[in-house]
Design a protein around this ligand. Structure first.
Ligand code: OAD
Length: 258
């Protein structure tokens, strides 16, 4: 970790000042920001989705080709669970900050909680759990041409047989190119980069903080545990997102004036 942040002042206060004075704040979030809403992370040793399920059986194009119903039902189940939770104080703090700060918000999460908290223009690098798309269809696939399928199976196009699939990025698939380019450009332009609740193990999203750092941005991480990105950070706040972000993103000047 870069030690310059600890030269003087408390880390939280210093990080808050950097954010309050940022010209362009770049934010990258991961599953940890939604943990306090009740959405499981992926790599937690006990409760993480990938500790309980095998991603190769559920989150790859090959898994969908092998057993589309299994994959469809697993995503339907996740969709139902996530529909029942609410954004937490961390999502709301970011949405509020966007009103008076230039910010690019990039998330690896597919849960849609940033948008539900009121954030606009969120870049969802790994897609959205609540959207579907046709698997390499004929171009005329649409809900009007769906053939009858057994319950729990994905809808199928009557014209070409293509199936509807969740519009999320699976292992082995590329990220949406235009979104990734916008995210990389924003990271390079930012002067402060805030990383919240990601293990930093999945690329290319995990490379965004180092792009910001290489272009001179100060990097702040919020995560109760160590992550693979700590070496890029000027400050690591080992705290939970919903408790930390409302403190971190409160504008000290506004707070003093009120
Ligand atoms: P991970 O499950 O890999 O990491 C979650 C991180 O959140 C860990 O570093 C935890 O320490 C941290 N964390 C847990 N609770 C927290 C809290 N209350 N506040 C802040 N941080 C907390 O999730 P991601 O890094 O998001 O990809 O995973 C990246 C990608 O891997 C996901 O988008 C998904 C997965 O495979 C796809 O599905 C394509």
């Amino acid at each position: 970790m870069n030690q310059r942040a600890f030269a003087d002042g408390q880390p939280l206060t210093r990080a808050r000042d950097w954010i309050a004075n940022a010209r362009h704040l770049f934010v990258l979030t991961g599953a940890g920001i939604s943990a306090e809403s009740g959405v499981p992370t992926f790599r937690d040793a006990q409760t993480g989705l990938w500790a309980r399920y095998d991603p190769m059986q559920l989150a790859t194009p090959e898994a969908f080709a092998r057993d589309p119903g299994l994959v469809w039902r697993w995503y339907s189940h996740r969709r139902e669970r996530v529909a029942q939770v609410e954004p937490n104080a961390a999502h709301f703090a970011l949405a509020a900050l966007q009103k008076h700060r230039r910010m690019t918000l990039v998330t690896q999460n597919v849960d849609g909680l940033h948008a539900r908290a009121g954030s606009a223009g969120v870049i969802e690098l790994h897609g959205n759990l609540f959207a579907d798309r046709w698997q390499h269809g004929c171009g005329r696939c649409a809900s009007q041409v769906v053939m009858p399928v057994a319950e729990g199976e994905p809808p199928q196009c009557k014209l070409c047989g293509a199936r509807l699939r969740p519009a999320v990025v699976w292992f082995g698939e590329s990220l949406p190119e235009a979104d990734l380019r916008v995210a990389q450009k924003a990271a390079a332009d930012a002067d402060v980069c805030l990383v919240v609740g990601t293990s930093g193990m999945v690329y290319p999203a995990a490379a965004l903080p180092s792009i910001a750092a290489e272009h001179g941005a100060r990097v702040i991480i919020v995560n109760p545990e160590r992550s693979d990105l700590d070496h890029d950070a000027d400050i690591v706040l080992y705290r939970k997102a919903a408790e930390c972000l409302p403190l971190l993103l409160a504008n000290p000047f506004e707070a003093a004036a009120s």
